[in-house]
Design a protein around this ligand. Structure first.
Ligand code: AMP
Ligand code: MN
Ligand code: MN
Ligand code: MN
Length: 294
């Protein structure tokens, strides 16, 4: 059995602290993600569903059965400047009232947004997308663009979900609907209420931010008590990893590593399969020790 004493929390640990299940837009149930993580050699795993913690209990039970050390997480949607930002909360108490209330609020507009997405797609001749996307939803509280993407692939309109996000569902393309998520301040305060550490998710993806805006984002994130940044993630190119390695050092942020796994076929990186964190960084998991569940 793996215990606190036998887990070495240094940079060489195969930690995967970003993954999704059917509770948000992944295709495997929380227990199936746990098994896959274990099989792939993950030594410390976090489930981080979008705006949701309702998969945490099943994930924790399955991880315990597999002998896989586990951290409770969530990936929270934030609006900043003209961009949607994701912040991963790690080491959360999934029963915390402030967190649950906050996540409920962030999720609340998703259904209406999805109806509007369906209407927008109908205008370009794609009928039934809302109902079609709903058929892919595993949690009625969490309908996302990914569910629409799977419907568009099913219909043969796009060859894969990557193709969908080039032609549809993004700004300026059919199916895109602007949406107001949480503020950075709200999101970080919920994470802190629940005893967690706030980590900037895949900063390399925020292409709509100017360099100045990105700086302002990190300034505000740090001022609000955000402590970590994803350096190695399935959502980064190797060049992104180099850039945010430097940002982590300059700003004294802890570094995180996570596949952003959603599905065995769709995802760019499988659980536990990424390069290790580069040397010289301070791994976020070192600071999560009291929150690890064995
Ligand atoms: P939503 O929270 O409904 O806006 O959906 C966001 C999700 O869409 C992300 O978490 C990804 O899973 C997916 N997504 C966004 N952009 C892309 C992309 N370019 N390629 C693949 N999936 C994407
Ligand atoms: Mn997603
Ligand atoms: Mn994300
Ligand atoms: Mn994610």
């Amino acid at each position: 059995m793996i215990s606190a004493a036998s887990l070495c929390l240094d940079g060489s640990l195969n930690a995967d602290l970003h993954s999704h299940s059917t509770v948000s837009d992944g295709t495997l149930a929380p227990a199936e993600v746990a098994s896959r993580a274990k099989r792939n050699g993950v030594a410390l795993w976090a489930l981080t569903d979008h705006d949701e913690v309702s998969g945490i209990e099943a994930a924790a039970v399955a991880a315990h059965e597999q002998g896989l050390p586990f951290i409770a997480g969530a990936e929270i949607s934030v609006s900043f400047a003209q961009e949607t930002i994701h912040v991963v909360g790690l080491g959360l108490d999934e029963h915390n009232h402030e967190l649950l209330k906050g996540l409920d609020k962030v999720r609340s507009g998703r259904l209406e947004r999805a109806r509007e997405m369906g209407e927008s797609l109908a205008k370009v001749g794609i009928e039934g997308a809302f109902e079609g996307a709903l058929a892919y939803v595993g949690n009625p509280n969490l309908i996302s663009r990914t569910h629409f993407a799977r419907f568009l692939v099913e219909k043969g309109i796009c060859r894969d979900t990557g193709d969908v996000f080039r032609k549809y569902l993004v700004e300026g393309k059919p199916g895109y609907v602007t949406h107001q998520w949480s503020t950075l301040a709200e999101c970080i305060s919920w994470i802190h209420s629940a005893g967690g550490i706030a980590v900037m998710a895949h900063p390399g993806r925020y292409k709509r931010l100017t360099a100045q805006e990105e700086n302002a984002l990190f300034d505000e994130f740090c001022a609000l008590g955000g402590r970590g940044v994803e350096v190695v993630t399935g959502s980064h190119t190797p060049a992104d990893a180099v850039k945010y390695n430097a940002v982590a050092k300059e700003r004294g942020l802890f570094a995180s590593r996570g596949s952003d796994f959603h599905d065995p076929q769709e995802s760019r990186a499988d659980l536990g399969a990424l390069p290790m964190l580069p040397a010289g960084l301070d791994p976020v998991w070192k600071h999560l020790e009291p929150r690890i569940r064995y």
